[in-house]
Design a binder for this molecule. Structure first.
Ligand SMILES: [Zn+2]
Length: 329
């Protein structure tokens, strides 16, 4: 794979946190004066790299398995990487995308028909880097929420950033493996808990779906979706655009609401859409899919969801009533 380090200026320094600093290559292309104070920074692992310029503010990043995006392409060009090498990197990267991405091709046909499009968005907070086991706090948090280890999660290094001083993990929003937004989950217990860049009609988790899966599970939250391999609508309702996107996957849909008052609204919306709903009898303390995966394991949670799947409107109404009653106690 393209060795980005071999394209860096000869004169560079390494910080204790693993960042290489050197004269930035971006500034003169962005209307700023050329950097002579070593204000460009790059951190690379064998699966990703992230670039940040403290002179003109330019950022770019790359994650193996995702497309090489516009800002990363520009940066590589400025570094002197030939166009053909960039194209090779892109092809190689997409070959590495996990099996889940095989869906892409069929998906693109659907998208053209249903006019589903999101703009590429690859602005990340300064010094965003891939969470690896060395970043123990973030790594442990992700494992405790049962996020699959091969799902790329980022974090903005707190010691280097000025604005991103709160500990957080950043979940990239992708669609057909192109980054179209992200959400940062703050880990300090203060609010706001999430800071997000999203686009109308976006549904998280389409890139988690396997081509050979018949079913798709629709949940409310990012961690619900990540832990079960489902989708997240990120609200307690489903917009028309989101519904179109979910239908475009061509799978059997099951909505699993949070078992709280807000979740009841999601059940009503699922009824409107005539989608199946599952309200499993989970152990005490489980109020959403992520809780269930933590307590029962992914397979266990999946079984409870499929066992309680209801397609009949009457049965869903009865289940909903039982839930409402349970919530009042
Ligand atoms: Zn710059």
């Amino acid at each position: 794979m393209l060795d980005i380090l071999s394209y860096l200026p000869a004169k560079k320094k390494q910080t204790p946190s693993g960042w290489l600093s050197f004269n930035a290559v971006c500034c003169q292309h962005n209307g700023s004066t050329k950097d002579i104070r070593g204000r460009g920074g790059l951190k690379a692992t064998d699966q990703s790299w992230s670039y940040h310029c403290f002179n003109c503010g330019y950022t770019a990043s790359f994650i193996l398995g995702r497309s090489v995006m516009f800002k990363a392409r520009r940066l590589l060009t400025w570094m002197g990487v030939p166009e053909v090498e960039i194209e090779m990197l892109n092809l190689e990267s997409l070959r590495h995308k996990n099996i889940h991405g095989i869906l892409s091709e069929r998906q693109q046909v659907w998208n053209t028909i249903s006019d589903i499009q999101f703009n590429e968005f690859d602005e990340l907070p300064p010094f965003a880097e891939l969470v690896t086991p060395e970043l123990q706090f973030q790594w442990d948090y992700l494992r405790s929420r049962r996020v699959p280890e091969d799902f790329p999660v980022l974090t903005a290094a707190q010691n280097d950033g000025v604005n991103w001083v709160r500990p957080q993990v950043i979940i990239p929003f992708t669609y057909n493996n192109v980054m179209v937004g992200w959400t940062a989950r703050m880990l300090d217990g203060r609010s706001p808990k999430f800071i997000s860049h999203s686009q109308p009609g976006y549904v998280f988790g389409t890139d988690l779906q396997h081509a050979d899966w018949q079913h798709v599970i629709v949940t409310e939250g990012i961690f619900d979706a990540l832990s079960i391999g489902g989708l997240a609508v990120m609200h307690n309702t489903i917009s028309d655009a989101q519904a179109r996107l979910i239908r475009s996957l061509g799978k059997e849909i099951t909505v699993v609401p949070d078992q709280d008052p807000a979740g009841v609204a999601l059940i009503d919306r699922a009824l409107e859409l005539s989608w199946a709903v599952s309200i499993p009898d989970w152990p005490d303390g489980c109020k959403d899919v992520n809780d269930a995966v933590i307590q029962l394991g992914q397979l266990g949670a999946l079984l409870t969801i499929m066992q309680s799947r209801e397609t009949s409107r009457i049965k869903i109404e009865l289940r909903k009533k039982a839930l409402v009653k349970r919530l009042q106690h």
